[in-house]
Design a protein around this ligand. Structure first.
Ligand code: PRP
Ligand code: URA
Length: 206
């Protein structure tokens, strides 16, 4: 399942992010704002536990989130979405997967993994702004599955059709929530029109 946010406030922010003149500080703020929107969209099915609550006016019942959640940013660029996710899910644990695309083949080269042990029923949310060839996201989900994670979602900002096709082929059980879908990849496997290298834009390493 691939869901694309179709919202003018998301389009507005993506347009500002695409602009090569947008500095890292503003870029990071835009990443965070879109991430919060995606989180609300992607987590509509979170389990709630019913609790009593006394308002100043009456006794009633309400619902509190009753899920173990593990956020999994793919280094580096996924770190740009992490604080916003933790703002929405303050009790989540964090697992980190380091991956660097080979510049010639675009295949991901894993270089780090530190993920909490899976108990089996927790929800793992993989975050990374870009889904280009899909190699990094597919590898991240494969690693999580091999560690025992069974409930996984993937949140990203910009997708290429090539990456979505690959991801849906390799992990049809993992829903993807994107802010926008772009046109295609170029010959260097960059998303067109895209926004360039998300990690460089976030961390100012251009
Ligand atoms: C970028 C991005 C994704 C990956 C997407 O990371 O953050 O992880 O590319 O491309 P793919 O779908 O073709 O795998 P990159 O490898 O450039 O590393 P960085 O985050 O350290 O800049
Ligand atoms: N990774 C990025 O950061 N940008 C792209 O366009 C493709 C992969």
């Amino acid at each position: 399942m691939h869901s694309i946010a179709n919202h003018p406030l998301v389009s507005h922010r993506i347009t500002l992010m695409r602009d090569r003149a947008t500095p890292p500080k503003l870029f990071r703020e835009l990443v965070a704002e879109i991430t919060v929107y995606l989180a609300f969209e992607a987590l509509k099915d979170l389990r709630l536990r019913t609790v009593p609550v006394a308002t100043p006016v009456a006794e009633t019942t309400g619902g509190l989130v009753d899920e173990r959640i593990v956020l999994v940013p793919i280094l580096r660029a996924g770190m740009g979405m992490l604080d916003a996710m933790l703002g929405v899910l303050p009790y989540a644990k964090v697992g980190v997967l380091g991956m660097q695309r080979n510049e010639q083949t675009a295949e991901p080269v894993p270089y780090y993994a530190k993920v909490p042990p899976a108990k089996g029923d927790e929800l793992a949310i993989v975050i990374d702004p870009m889904l280009a060839t899909g190699g990094s996201a597919c590898d991240a989900v494969t690693q999580l599955k091999s560690l025992g994670y069974r409930r996984i979602k993937f949140l990203n900002l910009i997708s290429a059709p090539e990456g979505v096709s690959r991801f849906e082929r390799e992990h049809p059980d993992v829903p993807v929530f994107s802010a926008v879908m772009d046109e295609r990849l170029n010959s260097h496997y960059y998303i067109v029109p895209g926004l360039g290298d998300a990690g460089d834009r976030i961390f100012g390493t251009l």
